[in-house]
Design a protein around this ligand. Sequence first.
Ligand code: G6P
Length: 611
Amino acid sequence: MCGIVGYSGNREAYPVIINGLKRLEYRGYDSAGICIVDGETKIYKQEGKVADLEKHIGDSPVNGTIGIGHTRWATHGEPNNTNAHPHMSMNGKFTIIHNGIIENYVHLKSRLERRGYEFISETDTEILVNLIEYIYLKGNISAEIAVRLALTKVIGAYGIVVICKDEPDMLIAARKGSPLVIGVGDNEYFIASDATPIIEYTNSVIFLNDNDVAIIHKNELTLKTVMNEALKPNIQTLDLDIEEIEKNGFDHFMLKEIFEQPRSIRDTFRGRISTNLKNIHLGGLFQVLPRLIKAKRIILIGCGTSWHAALVGEYLIEEFARIPVEVEYASEFRYRNPIIFKDDIVIAISQSGETADTLAAIRLAREAGALVLGICNVVGSSIPRETDAGVYTHAGPEIGVASTKAFSTQVTVLTLMAMLLGRKREVITQERYEQLISEMIAVPDKIEKILESNGKVQSIAQMFIDSTNFLYLGRGYFFPVALEGALKLKEISYIHAEGYPAAEMKHGPIALIDEKMPVVVIAPQDSSYDKVVSNVQEVKARKGVIISIVTEGDTVIRDMSDYSIEIPKASEIVESLLAVIPLQLLAYHIALMRGCNVDQPRNLAKSVTVE
Ligand code: G6P
């Protein structure tokens, strides 16, 4: 979490940095700050959002062609002006912005205190910048050497950019654990936590690897390791369009991203389904397919919404490929000494490709000898680089903190994988395979149709703006959808919501049901429809308020419901992709009507790079 931006070139740094911070605000918005170098080092910082920082700066002078900026998700120390980045060292020699956590900061702090250092903030970052200064002054060495030496003493994760007062033409960036991208322009360089602040200036980028250090000096870039080994920059061309990171007329990124799903799902299967609709080709898995086909066990890992997609994946792969699947929270998996066999296949699912727990779980699985695959959205992020093979979701940039199109494209990839494995393992016939492919192809149009009910969902949302609890129920594929619907609501509207397998309601949650409890029942006409009808009756008997998601033309559950939203008829294999759409819209409208910031809900960050 935390977003960092740096610029060195011929244009004014301030607008580049402020706009960059706005693009990175999804990574944290507890405070923001900048440092611009123009003869002297000017630092401005402010608790709150980037807009608050802009207000705070007002007409103050911010000219200069070198600068850095930071938007913070607080870890050490509460969100306030003092803890905001950039941090300057005690003697004013160094200024730093940092994303990550210095784990041995207590030890480093006491060593520095013994040498007379005093600290004004509660952050681990202030320790690092003073450690750099201490090494610099004591050793009488260059700023670059001081930074590299200090980093060898640090345990933890960092993406940093450092400015030295004595060498004001230079930016030093380094990464370990937290992402950093360098944009290579025409005699100018951009540094950022991801490519979104860079793409409007250049699509030539370098993704730094762990232990890389980039020195940008008078618009010349040198790349080396922390241990001073020279590196050759690997400049890649990014296929990212500025329009993809704008709101394009929508009030919020979240709404835009909900409406983008027909397109993002099409992008996800484009080129992966043969034009005659007879086969699926997942290029990223080509080399490992023989191993996948013979897999004895697949372990799916992820966090948050990606974990919910993994649950759908479990149902799909077990049903269509008949391979046993386990689904694990990455954080639990990595800490509970799991049994991992050499012939296991671990698939990490992540939108950002940077989630710290998922990355750590990947490393654990690789050490144990398993084949590790990734399903990721952000191209060039850490997870695709640390896995043996994988599939990109092609959702395009997701900016809203609450995940929407990331979920549906992850489920799309998992559906394609399940179908492909099902056919290759001859669990399903070619005829059934082709039928399922046609079902997949039809999904985007069906979602378009569901999106037409946005107005209806909005009017239903109006009825629940004062609710304090919600229950979401679903069976089979719709149980993970219930979890996801509940997560969306609690994330952005701060209403307590729980997802449950419909049949489990009897074992506890039913005690909560009264006339004030809205119960969202996901009840398309699938194989467990009749059972869900009984569950709805049980809720009704206790006067619960029922909002149902039903198949077009359904009358039974619709007539029992207080409100219902229809989705087109589809095969069970793709219905989770349809049923989740009205739940995303419901959460969005309720949150909006409650006056919540839907794109940047409190306390959350999109990319969780801390453990
Ligand atoms: C955070 C985000 C969620 C996301 C989760 C996992 O909690 O707010 O939207 O589902 O991290 O992130 P990942 O990038 O690994 O999918």
